[in-house]
Design a protein. Structure first.
Length: 332
């Protein structure tokens, strides 16, 4: 097991994981942050929830296998669009008996559409799903784009599934049987993937077996309701880049998830009641919409813990990954 006394610097400068190290938190240079010299134990106690050591352990195990890191796009495709550079899949297989016969999990960390937090919402969460008997692919998607970013991210989902399809035998998965799990902004993306106009149907991809959104943002109408006028003006350029339109137009289109849940797979939603970054009302609205459409769904609202509880270790949401997969398995 990775020693919790090791610093982030020691781990992320190891040549074995050099390919993914810059994307521990995509587009954040951790060597310039106070986090860099902190031990995993310090990070766990002072900064982040979650079992970071378990995440690094699985990451190193995957890297030692030699088949673990897959760029989404070729060098030629990245030359055409530089925003694609660095997008990738990381393969973390489970050693638990029966994993080959279960759906794999496509894991999508959050980061507010400007970062991708593999460090907390990727590697440690994958380690938990691995222990529960599920193979995992972690998606590092485009966040640098300034033109219809959500559309580009849906393209990343489709490209990821194509790569998984092409490597299905080596990865020991049925590429058409998968569960999506996403956090915060990633939670929005795994939900948008289920909207026919934007997601799997429009990309001719198979429908997920289930979706696990974790403290997701899903309703722009809800966000508008609580946004101050001066903040809305400040965010206008960002929203235009994200949606390709203003946020009011987006809120009255297929980008508004609660209005477009008819084709969702079974859905288990997890959020902490004390979340001050993404209002838990997002999760409640999604749950209500799914119930109206007769989609099997589960909503778990923890009493505290705020935003970013990741794998839940040491927090009120501890064990949510197991509850998610057991709920899914109970539907079968």
């Amino acid at each position: 097991m990775i020693d919790e006394r090791k610093t982030l610097k020691e781990l992320l400068t190891d040549p074995l994981i050099a390919k993914i190290a810059p994307d521990a938190i995509r587009f954040m240079d951790l060597s310039k942050e106070d986090l860099w010299e902190k031990s995993l134990e310090q990070l766990r106690k002072e900064c982040f929830g979650g079992d970071l050591a378990a995440g690094f352990e699985r990451l190193f195990e995957a890297a030692r296998s030699g088949e673990w890191y897959y760029p989404l796009y070729t060098e030629e495709e990245c030359a055409e669009n530089a925003d694609r550079k660095g997008t990738n899949l990381v393969w973390m297989p489970s050693g638990v008996e029966g994993a080959d016969s279960r759906p794999f999990i496509l894991l999508v960390p959050g980061g507010g559409f400007v970062n991708v937090w593999n460090l907390t919402e990727g590697w440690p969460v994958a380690a938990q799903f691995n222990r529960l008997g599920y193979h995992v692919f972690i998606l590092t998607y485009q966040v640098a784009g300034r033109d219809h970013l959500l559309e580009q991210e849906m393209n990343d989902f489709a490209r990821a599934l194509c790569l998984i399809r092409d490597r299905a035998d080596r990865s020991r998965v049925d590429w058409q049987r998968y569960i999506t799990c996403g956090f915060s902004a990633g939670g929005y993306l795994v939900c948008l993937w289920n909207v026919p106009e934007k997601g799997y149907a429009s990309h001719d991809m198979p429908k997920p077996q289930a979706v696990f959104p974790v403290y997701p943002v899903v309703s722009w109408k809800q966000l508008i309701r609580y946004t101050k006028a001066e903040d809305e003006e400040e965010d206008a350029e960002f929203n235009e880049a994200l949606f390709g339109c203003d946020i009011v137009t987006a809120a009255n289109s297929a980008f508004e998830i609660p209005d477009h849940t008819e084709e969702f797979p079974p859905c288990a939603i997890f959020v902490a009641g004390g979340d001050e970054l993404v209002n838990p009302e997002n999760s409640r609205l999604l749950h209500q919409a799914l119930e109206r459409n007769g989609i099997p769904c589960r909503l778990e609202v923890g009493p505290s813990g705020g935003h970013g509880f990741a794998d839940g270790t040491g927090m009120c949401m501890a064990g949510w990954t197991e509850r998610a997969v057991r709920w899914y398995e109970g539907l079968q």
